[in-house]
Design a binder for this molecule. Structure first.
Ligand code: FAD
Length: 380
């Protein structure tokens, strides 16, 4: 069978919702099973690069994202004293590839879920088991069993689908550093996008459309390290004396809204497909956020999967999906980890050398290095 059929998507994150939209636009009947009581994302920000925006365009939602987000017009890396080490040529970036857009996750979610008919979304349903059975798949969950021609495991880094059908796959590996994310209230002053790199610590500022900013702090830390005085107190202890505008921006954060997560990625899988089940997004290739590509790759996955499922019988389509997506995303996981290793250097001579190399690198080299990431086009 090709053209259309019934698909069950496990997980209603960015990857799962985008997949549902892409499949429905191509005539599929879709059910999205999400264990959370409501579809949504915790409040922080996200950067969508030209490749992710192209995927959103393919879903018919690019304009909505451009309208809700802010095109980044200035960005780069600073040293611990606040001096620019490199500035991204955002004009040339936009001309060559398309803009880099910063958006609140809540807004991105509203755009994605708003594009789906309500009956497609089944919140409060936790998937517990999955079985390939001939030409179909049976998904067991807390509300019964759903049957489908294809199942998409978009259930995140701790995927139940992956655990069931890839029992020998290695689990997530801790990157060695942890991240705090937060959104400020209105700042009352303008900020450039920046990442300030220290020793084993860095801090990012990403302006948003409404005069607020998305902030993130990253620090080397033992896995599971938590702070009895509260995570915002830890953020302030580490970063409140960093160069402007970091202290000023932190002064506008509501401590109750700070998110704290240890960062992991997934060792490469030997296939993203088992029978009629495909893994997608973080379930297939969770990556550290250093390249800002996790969600962008999930969007590429979604558009690609729907395109091949429309063109080919299911078996061939899933083989094509694996062929098109696995090499690219595996390389992205590796590259993100390498960038993290450099950004998190903590030995003083190594950070001095790193900062010097970045300062001396031409701006065009940085853009060239992104070429393979940003030139992605949706399958015809
Ligand atoms: C600090 C940080 C910063 C980041 N910044 C960026 C960025 O700037 N740009 C970018 O592109 N990416 C970024 N990412 C990565 C991005 O957030 C993820 O790659 C993306 O959200 C993955 O989406 P997903 O849909 O694959 O998985 P998830 O968002 O994890 O969604 C999985 C969904 O499945 C549901 N689920 C899980 N198990 C079950 C079950 N058994 N039954 C039913 N439902 C289930 C979960 O509740 C969840 O809703 C960042 C990540 C982090 C941690």
């Amino acid at each position: 069978m090709n053209g259309s059929g019934k698909a069950v998507v496990v997980g209603g994150g960015i990857g799962g919702l985008a997949t549902a939209i892409a499949l429905i636009r191509r005539g599929w009947q879709v059910e999205v099973l999400e264990r959370a009581a409501e579809f949504g994302e915790a409040g922080s920000g996200i950067s969508l690069w030209a490749n992710g925006i192209r995927a959103m365009d393919a879903l018919g939602l690019g304009d909505a994202v451009r309208a809700a987000g802010l095109v980044e017009t200035e960005g780069g890396i600073r040293d611990r004293a606040g001096r620019w080490l490199s500035k991204t040529d955002t004009g040339e970036l936009a001309r060559r590839y398309g803009p880099l857009v910063a958006i609140r996750r809540t807004d991105l979610f509203a755009i994605l879920s708003g594009a789906l008919p309500g009956e497609v979304l089944r919140p409060g349903v936790t998937v517990t088991g999955i079985e390939n059975a001939g030409d179909g798949v049976a998904v067991t969950h807390t509300s019964g069993v759903s049957e489908a021609d294809v199942v998409v495991g978009a259930d995140g880094i701790h995927s139940v689908v992956r655990a069931a059908l890839w029992p020998d796959a290695q689990g997530p590996r801790y990157a060695g550093y942890t991240a705090w994310r937060m959104i400020t209230g209105p700042l009352g002053f303008s900020v450039s996008g920046s990442e300030t790199w220290g020793r084993g610590e860095r801090f990012g500022v990403v302006p948003l459309r409404d005069g607020c900013a998305y902030l993130f702090g990253v620090a080397d830390a033992p896995e599971g390290d938590r702070h009895p005085d509260g995570e915002f107190a830890e953020v302030r202890r580490r970063f409140a004396n960093w160069p402007a505008p970091i202290p000023e921006a932190l002064a506008q954060v509501d401590p109750a809204t700070v998110l704290h997560h240890d960062l992991y990625d997934l060792p490469p899988l030997d296939t993203y497909v088992r029978g009629r089940v495909a893994l997608l997004g973080d379930a297939a290739h969770a990556m550290t956020p250093n390249l800002g590509q996790g969600a962008n790759q999930a969007l590429e996955d979604a558009v690609t999967l729907a395109a091949v499922l429309t063109e080919h019988p299911v078996g061939e389509a899933l083989d094509a999906y694996d062929r098109l997506r696995r090499p690219r995303t595996t390389a992205m996981v590796r590259r993100s980890r390498m960038i993290g290793a450099v950004a998190q250097l903590s030995w003083l001579p190594a950070t001095v050398l790193r900062d010097t190399v970045i300062r001396l690198s031409p701006r065009s080299a940085m853009l060239r290095s992104l070429d393979s990431v940003l030139t992605w086009e949706p399958p015809a």
